[in-house]
Design a protein around this ligand. Sequence first.
Ligand code: PHE
Length: 336
Amino acid sequence: MQETIKALREELSAELAGIKNQNELETFRIKYLARKGRIAGLFDALKNVPAADKPPIGKALNELRSFAQTSFEEKEKQLQQSPIAGSRAIDVSLPGRPRPVGSKHPITQTIDELRQIFGRMGFSVASGPDIEDDYHNFTALNFPPDHPARDMQDTFFISKSILLRTHTSPVQIRVMENQQPPVRVIIPGRVYRNEAISSRSHVIFHQLEGLYVDTGVTFSELKGTLVSFAKQLYGSSVRYKFRPTFFPFTEPSADMYISCFICNQKGCPVCKYIGWLEILGSGMVHPNVLKYCGYDIERFSGYAFGMGIERMALLRYGIDDIRLYFENDLRFLRQF
Ligand code: PHE
């Protein structure tokens, strides 16, 4: 009898250790602890034990019963605490659920490519705040006090002198305030304008600014850099032209055009049937701007340029509605 008790104790311990859920535990309870269970069965068998042997065997049986009861309760507690309590067993042989993999936004991809091209030409990347002051966005860039670009129509003002930057050019000032020449940076970033939202314009878009200041920087260097850039981005057969224009912070200033590769200069809606695409504004940094930054204009000269990144991406991917970039529509984003 003692042997049977010992064997049962081992058997139920082993069984209990393998139990993984409430159902199995209930089966265990019925098998060993219930009124007709195996432990109760041994208590019944006690009747047939010779009187002299009863006390030690009875004691051993009582011990077995309380051991089984406490082990059962411990297991029950353990199962309730486990995170998969009550759930069905996990089938580890099932294939995993695939997670959707994201991709970079087309604007980020375009910025990455521009960074690479200008990085190879020695430009490093700088950045500045989206919330600017009037001084950096306008004054130090040589905007006269009554310049129309300061008009409330174009600019989101936060207070009289604080605004959302309308271009990345204020970062030119911030870089030059903190660094003596040579300066050779590109500045990608968000800009804001108070305009009606349509397929062609948005209140928020991105620009990439370039600035190079050193001794003896010339306009032909500006052209050489931009032509090299355009050929790297659009292919070596691209044609280009520069056309004089005006910016308060550059003199002389020029817009750069490339041949429309969408229609091969035959005329299409993207180039508005002129065969040429305007891709950026540029010019030699105005001496007043250098002076605002404390640069010696007898020693230093420089050039700057600025382009709209949405426009670059449009020409790269053929996206004809600027709003698509900001709507986070997965049907659009999944294509990149
Ligand atoms: N900041 C100008 C714009 O927003 C672009 C530009 C930058 C032009 C640098 C010349 C030099 O239109």
